[in-house]
Design a protein around this ligand. Structure first.
Ligand code: NFA
Length: 101
């Protein structure tokens, strides 16, 4: 507003909160081939071979695994793109999102 006001900015400093990040979660299923899960992880989340394999195996053994965290819109877009990739091949693979605590 008033760019000519040279008062030191000591008064108005309201604390702002960062938007919460959202987790993208990979869910296990009994049908999607392991190798395809790794390919989807590498393609959509730009993680390396080893990390993609570890994430896939963690979901396989425990039922689910956090892939990454992003701002909400990015998390939701990546989760649906990754889920679509599988759907186009006829696999039931699912990615979901949830807010971080
Ligand atoms: N459980 C699947 C299989 O044995 C592999 C898989 C892992 C699927 C992680 C989904 C998520 N072929």
């Amino acid at each position: 507003m008033n760019e000519t006001d040279l008062e030191p900015r000591t008064r108005a400093r309201p604390k702002v909160e960062r938007p919460r990040l959202h987790k993208v979660i990979l869910l296990n299923d009994d049908y999607t081939p392991r190798e395809f899960v790794v390919t989807v992880l590498k393609t959509e989340f730009r993680i390396g071979d080893d990390q993609a394999y570890r994430v896939m195996m963690t979901a396989h053994r425990r039922g689910a695994c956090v892939v990454a965290v992003y701002p909400r819109d990015v998390a939701e877009t990546k989760a649906s793109r990754a889920t679509d990739m599988a759907r186009r091949k006829g696999y039931p693979l699912m990615f979901t999102t949830e807010p971080e605590e």
